[in-house]
Design a protein around this ligand. Structure first.
Ligand SMILES: *Cc1c(COP(=O)(O)O)cnc(C)c1O
Length: 387
């Protein structure tokens, strides 16, 4: 990409080694259900300190089987945040359960533990599962959220789609210190990619086995899981109602290769974000706060138009940047304001902090291939848009 080309907000970085790893699989015996998926799972388990990792074809699938493994059923209830991609909420509904939201806090744009306490104390129905989202790559306040969940007997799934390679409280994200299951996405805009792909980590062998079943039709040949006694060699048992959410061998090989570069990817994002912090400090923007207890994977660098300091609207700034060839985006339209959620009775005004955030936010480019020359173009265009 040249110095005058379009600069996206995020994109993958594919090396010759990544390409060779995929081609090698194409020449091998297994395109699916071979050795690469377990190899990728072991690599992510190793990188996160989780005892178990279950790779699937998307983070949405991982969230879905995580809910199923935790026993979510029709009539159940999940609480997540409005400031997320729709998938974090949709998976509850795919299980036939209801979904509701806890607002974010204005510091880290993640689930607000105080709002969670307040909602729990006045709720006539407690959720079965909480899905906090580690927005932009920075962990939610899991010490507080985990403690509240524990006190109320609520299970926790971390939606860590933004933060493979990040850390919290001195541990890699995915170690599940304050949760039952942690889910990652490997969509090309995320930190590492398998094209489409996702993965769930857990320290609990039972949950890992259940997710393994739901990933593949609820069918097993594992003697420990089979119900048929003295099974013939060709027999498999369907012991649950499952799906086909399997990751392919090509995807897993790409994942293994990308995982070798994970630390570099995150370090680069950290460097470029610090440069944004310094060079955008004088503009009428609210820059993303970085929690000293966290090492953010920095999936996104969201800036908020500081409406106390400028009359420029978010729309004006967004349009100016797009016209300058900067592929800015907005993360996220609050889920409760989507038409399909309005039909469930949610209204604008229900979650004011998420709405305050959304009204001002623009995600500016941050990815491994972003260099200082390209970044300077983004900064100059932003200064011009706000002048
Ligand atoms: C990307 C994303 C998802 C969905 O990931 P897929 O792998 O595309 O299914 C879910 N939650 C969040 C917060 C995301 O950013």
């Amino acid at each position: 990409m040249g110095d005058t080309g379009f600069i996206p907000y995020g994109r993958q970085d594919i090396s010759e080694d990544d390409i060779a790893a995929v081609v090698e699989v194409l020449r091998s015996d297994f395109l699916t259900q071979g050795p690469k998926v377990p190899e990728f799972e072991a690599a992510i388990a190793g990188a996160t300190g989780a005892a178990h990792a279950v790779a699937v074809n998307s983070a949405t699938s991982a969230l879905h089987i995580a809910c199923l493994a935790l026993g979510l059923k029709p009539g159940g209830l999940v609480w997540t945040v409005p400031n997320t991609f729709v998938a974090s909420a949709n998976v509850a509904r795919l299980c036939g359960a209801d979904v509701d939201f806890v607002d974010i806090r204005a510091s880290d744009y993640c689930m607000d533990p105080q709002a969670l306490e307040a909602k729990l104390s006045s709720a006539d129905r407690k959720p079965d599962i909480l899905i906090p989202v580690h927005f932009a790559g920075q962990s939610a306040d899991m010490k507080a959220i985990g403690a509240i969940a524990k006190a109320h007997g609520i299970r926790v799934i971390e939606d860590a789609s933004h933060c493979i390679g990040g850390q919290y409280n001195g541990q890699p994200i995915g170690a599940c210190e304050f949760s039952d299951i942690c889910v990652f996405s490997f969509h090309p805009v995320k930190i590492i990619t398998t094209a489409e792909g996702g993965l769930a980590t857990t320290q609990n062998a039972g949950l890992a086995a259940a997710m393994g079943l739901y990933r593949s039709h609820g069918v097993t040949r594992d003697p420990d899981l089979m119900e048929t006694a003295d099974a013939a060699p060709w027999e498999y048992d369907q012991v649950a109602l499952g799906l086909n959410y399997r990751m392919t061998e090509m995807q897993a090989a790409l994942g293994v290769s990308q995982t070798r570069r994970l630390a570099d990817f995150v370090a680069h994002r950290q460097r470029m974000a610090k440069r944004y912090d310094a060079l955008l400090a004088d503009l009428p923007l609210i820059l993303p706060w970085q929690n000293p207890d966290s090492y953010s994977a920095l999936h996104l660098y969201p800036v908020l138009i500081d409406t106390d300091k400028t009359n420029r609207t978010r729309r004006e700034v967004f349009d100016h940047l797009r016209a300058a060839g900067i592929g800015v985006n907005v993360h996220y339209i609050p889920v409760h304001t989507q038409p399909d959620y309005q039909r469930l009775g949610f209204r604008r005004g229900d979650f004011p902090v998420s709405e305050w955030y959304y009204d001002r936010a623009i995600s500016i480019p941050l990815y491994y291939g972003l260099n200082e020359t390209l970044q300077d173009r983004v900064i100059a265009a932003l200064a011009e848009a706000l002048a």
